[in-house]
Design a protein around this ligand. Structure first.
Ligand code: EPU
Length: 343
């Protein structure tokens, strides 16, 4: 095995183009890794230099609130391996693969299960961290396992679905294993037979208005893209990190009260017996939809999305988020939990 060459390190690099909120923060040291060997070499260098490590994927679910000390490693590897089985496809994908491109390639190939997750920004390696989800489907539904490198030791591990402890926008990578691993490859089990998941209201309505009764995978992908584009700002045009808050679980007593005063409040019964309420609705009803405060604001088509139009920083955005949280707390006695991770 050839020794990997020394990683190419750049110093004081702006991360503005590497986070979808577009915040101008610097990485003290920065490198890009195009294969697992390069990730290993970067980790080894960081250990030697005693640099702390920050791993960057698509930067679409983080709020960069400071310059990043130590070594930032941006994952750029993007190989996809296809393994055909009797009734499906086992797809193993490098962490740096663009998520939407993966969804499109799977759709082309007849490897089904990811259609509803089309157009989610970010990389395949970041997908397990928050267990990405949309329109009634989440990554955990097709996840098999992942490979990762432990940052401190450099040792390779394989983690199964059980190991990852997926929850709603949650996994061990946000909790007990936070900052412990670099995810290098993700393995998914996909079907050869399409099982359309079109129960989500917005998706159902759009398919209906298109006159599509028996959708193909591409019909679903195209419809999901259309629904997303009509509500969510394109990060390339307006800085954002998708939903800024999770949809909160509401205790029964509070739910009864809200339903009395707002009978049309959108609520979702969960399999575990809990009820969730749409955070976007709470924020809109508290009067924040479309609110603009300098360069930061609340998206005018989906109040769950906070935006940054350039020239500001995380302090302003986090202040707006805090004001929204307090206002929702005051009006509904519900505490909103932030979804993207503040770095
Ligand atoms: N709503 C409002 N006002 C708003 C926004 C939403 O009243 O400003 C209402 C809608 O009318 C609807 C309900 O709230 O009745 C739900 O809205 P939507 O379908 O847009 O979904 P969401 O619950 O707001 C979640 C995810 C999104 C995902 C969509 C579709 C979370 C935190 N967000 O949003 O995920 O795309 O469902 O599945 O669970 C993301 O994670 O970044 C993300 C965009």
């Amino acid at each position: 095995m050839p020794t990997p060459s020394e990683p190419e390190i750049q110093n004081n690099i702006s991360l503005r183009q590497y986070n979808t909120l577009g915040f101008e923060q610097l990485a003290q040291h920065y490198t890009e890794a195009y294969c697992v060997e390069q990730i290993k070499a970067a980790l080894e260098l960081a250990r030697k230099k005693n640099w702390i490590v920050f791993v960057l994927g698509g930067g679409s679910n983080i709020v960069l609130s400071r310059d990043i000390p130590g070594l930032t490693i941006r994952l750029c590897s993007s190989t996809i391996d296809w393994n055909e089985t009797a009734d499906g496809w086992q797809v193993t994908v490098d962490a740096g693969t663009n998520w939407h491109q993966l969804v499109m390639q799977c759709t082309d190939k007849g490897a089904f299960g990811l259609e509803n997750l089309a157009l989610i920004p970010g990389t395949a390696g970041a997908a397990p961290i928050q267990n990405i989800g949309a329109y009634g489907v989440e990554l955990a539904d097709s996840f098999d396992s992942l490979q990762a490198l432990e940052i401190d030791s450099g040792s390779e591990v394989t983690l199964t679905r059980d190991d990852c402890k997926f929850g709603y926008r949650d996994s061990i990578f946000k909790t007990t294993a936070k900052n412990r691993y670099v995810i290098t490859r993700v393995r998914l089990n996909l079907d050869k037979t399409l099982q359309p998941q079109t129960g989500y209201r917005a998706l159902q309505d759009e398919l209906h208005s298109r006159g599509v009764n028996h959708p193909t995978a591409l019909d679903i992908v195209n419809t999901v893209c259309h629904v997303r584009q009509s509500k969510l700002p394109d990060p390339a045009a307006i800085g954002n990190a998708g939903s800024f808050f999770k949809n909160p679980v509401v205790p029964d007593r509070l739910l009864e009260h809200i339903r009395r005063t707002h009978p049309s409040a959108p609520v979702y019964q969960q399999a575990d017996g809990n009820t969730k309420i749409a955070a976007g609705w709470l924020i809109e009803t508290a009067g924040w939809k479309g609110h603009q405060r300098g360069a930061v604001g609340v998206h005018d088509k989906q109040a769950l999305v906070l935006t940054h139009r350039g020239g500001s920083d995380a302090t302003e955005l986090l202040k707006l988020a805090e004001d929204i949280r307090q206002s929702v707390q005051q009006k509904f006695s519900i505490t909103l939990e932030q979804e993207p991770q503040t770095i």
